[in-house]
Design a binder for this molecule. Structure first.
Ligand code: FES
Length: 199
């Protein structure tokens, strides 16, 4: 995986909205006062949700100030985990699993499709600014590999045709149904439940 893309254009300031200030207080209540720095991950996630899917550097500073820790401590967390984006993401944010089971089942081709239909560079917006993609580690749906996550939904059992159909559907906001793109339910056998039937 390449290094995380950090937006060149950054807002000068960041503060939580009224509603997120209340959520921030709820999050902090889960930790003893002297351990409040442990709230760094949910607070970063809250900042990301508020800011259309990415955390500006001013947001990292804001959280560092809230938790009374050095900026670098929050920056380290934000740059380590793929769940945090430090540059704008598209309306359709695609996370491609490239861990071993997905890799064996062809995730390399899905990455190629992302480069072709979204953006040559990982973590960069498409030309129409509607989508972006990154590679991630296992998303826990290995039984239906290869798979991708788009925003909060999983698309599984992919191949080049189904991936192309999904990426092209961004143009007119007509995404196919979530789940297996080969029509199987969950991870049931692809040709129905015949495992115990003698051929
Ligand atoms: S390896 Fe891709 S979901 Fe687990």
């Amino acid at each position: 995986m390449s290094g995380k893309h950090i937006a060149k254009e950054q807002p000068k300031s960041f503060i939580f909205s009224e509603i997120n200030l209340k959520k921030k207080d709820e999050i902090l209540k889960k930790y003893p006062e002297q351990r409040k720095k442990s709230a760094v991950m949910p607070l970063l996630y809250l900042a990301q949700k508020q800011n259309d899917g990415w955390i500006p550097l001013a947001g990292i500073q804001y959280i560092a100030d809230l938790l009374e820790v050095p900026y670098i401590k929050v920056f380290e967390v934000a740059t380590f985990y793929t769940m945090y984006n430090l540059a704008p993401v598209g309306k359709y944010f695609v996370q491609v699993c490239t861990t071993t089971p997905c890799m064996i089942r062809g995730s390399g081709k899905i990455v190629d499709m992302c480069k072709k239909y979204i953006s040559e560079k990982e973590g960069h917006l498409s030309e129409d600014k509607k989508s972006s993609w990154i590679e991630v580690e296992c998303l826990g749906a290995c039984v239906n590999a290869p798979m991708i996550q788009i925003n909060d939904d999983y698309y599984e059992d992919l191949d080049e045709q189904s991936a192309k159909k999904i990426f092209q559907s961004f143009n007119d906001d007509s995404l196919p149904s979530i789940g297996s793109q080969k029509g199987r339910k969950g991870s049931e056998p692809i040709r129905d439940r015949l495992t115990l039937i003698k051929n």
